[in-house]
Write a protein that binds this ligand. Structure first.
Ligand code: Q9C
Ligand code: ZN
Length: 342
């Protein structure tokens, strides 16, 4: 199994984030990727090679150009405003405000292109998010060339990012970019199974009206957990996309049995859809020791999840999403992948 990761992804190195009314230490940090990389490299089946640059075009197949340009320009705009530290939005359009104009002022732009204040933006974010998306594209490319499985160690993560907004530590939607790339390279149908503690709101939104990309997500019930405003079971898709979106919200405190039952239900839908490729948006923030999450899976539960995902029996691209128990992160991901490869 090829592993894709570029050190440029480490350049997004925020020190602080806003949480619980305070500026606290950032949890989505470069060390996450280092821990996962080191643990995966210890698996005998993993190989890591230099990767290709697919450019901005496949990213622009998913994200608006103006949004991409804003992320690229952010560092200069922030410095020009004489500010230091990470950028955070603090004003958003209310329900009946206008969103058809992008404000000139930096604070207006930040609100226009985001949906939360918990996601630090730095002058290095664009480059790192670009490199993260390239890892996903390399992973997709490996499957297009015939590999049965590949692992894109994406970080910053992607599944909360929509076509023109960031949030939830996500800037470019790596899983969506990979899925779209499969389609643009001739695949007929692609499934994205989001197995992260949080609902993959960005990915759902991007494909909500499409029949060619099926989206499924197991996650903590949005009534009680971030992102709060999307991820309910009655979100089925619209227009051509109706019947191609599946949400499996689960209660806080969920353990392995219930999570695995939800994953099995999702796998049955994937099986009927018969995709050419499967993208797994993988977050291990369902781990009991995760500092921001409230599911109760243990290290010992990880291999069985990997083994279960393998039963999809479709060429599979893993795209890394969340997981914030940094010291346990590498071994949790490696144990799950070991279960998948067994
Ligand atoms: N007080 C991913 O897992 N909210 N993103 C944290 C902590 C944001 C998680 C609040 C959680 C986003 C990719
Ligand atoms: Zn998550």
């Amino acid at each position: 199994m090829q592993l894709f990761f570029s050190p440029t992804q480490l350049d997004h190195d925020p020190k602080k984030e806003i949480s619980d009314g305070k500026l606290v230490d950032a949890v989505e940090v470069p060390k996450r990727a280092e821990m996962i990389f080191d643990a995966l490299m210890k698996l005998p089946q993993i190989e890591h090679k230099p990767q290709q640059d697919f450019g901005l075009a496949p990213i622009a197949q998913v994200h608006d150009r103006a949004y991409i340009d804003f992320l690229a320009a952010f560092g200069a705009l922030w410095a020009e405003a004489g500010r230091s530290g990470e950028g955070f939005p603090f004003v958003w359009p209310g329900r009946d405000f206008r969103t058809d104009r992008v404000p000139n002022h930096l604070d207006g732009k930040l609100g226009h292109y985001s949906f939360d204040a918990g996601t630090p933006l730095t002058d290095k974010t664009f480059g790192a998010a670009y490199a993260s998306a390239q890892s996903a594209l390399n992973g997709a490319s490996a499957l297009l060339q015939g590999d049965q499985a590949s692992f894109a160690l994406c970080r910053p993560p992607g599944h909360h990012a929509g076509k023109d907004y960031y949030g939830g530590y996500c800037f470019f939607n790596n899983a969506a970019i990979a899925a779209q790339y499969f389609r643009d390279q001739g695949a007929q149908r692609v499934s994205i199974f989001d197995v992260d503690y949080h609902h993959g709101n960005g990915t759902q939104s991007i494909f909500y009206d499409r029949a060619d990309v099926q989206f499924l997500s197991v996650h903590a019930d949005p009534m009680d957990e971030y992102p709060y405003f999307l991820g309910h079971a009655d979100e089925k898709g619209v227009g051509q996309g109706h019947g191609h979106n599946f949400n499996y919200p689960l209660p806080l405190g969920t353990t392995a049995d219930a999570l695995m039952a939800a994953i099995e239900a999702g796998l049955a839908e994937i099986n009927s859809f018969a995709p050419d490729y499967l993208v797994i948006s993988l977050g291990v923030d369902f781990f009991e020791g995760d500092p921001i999450s409230q599911f109760k899976l243990t290290y010992a539960d990880m291999p069985a999840i990997g083994t279960l995902l393998k039963t999809a029996n479709v060429p599979t691209l893993f795209v890394m999403e969340g997981g914030y128990a940094v010291d346990d992160l590498g071994r949790n991901v490696a144990a799950l992948i070991d279960g998948f490869l067994a």
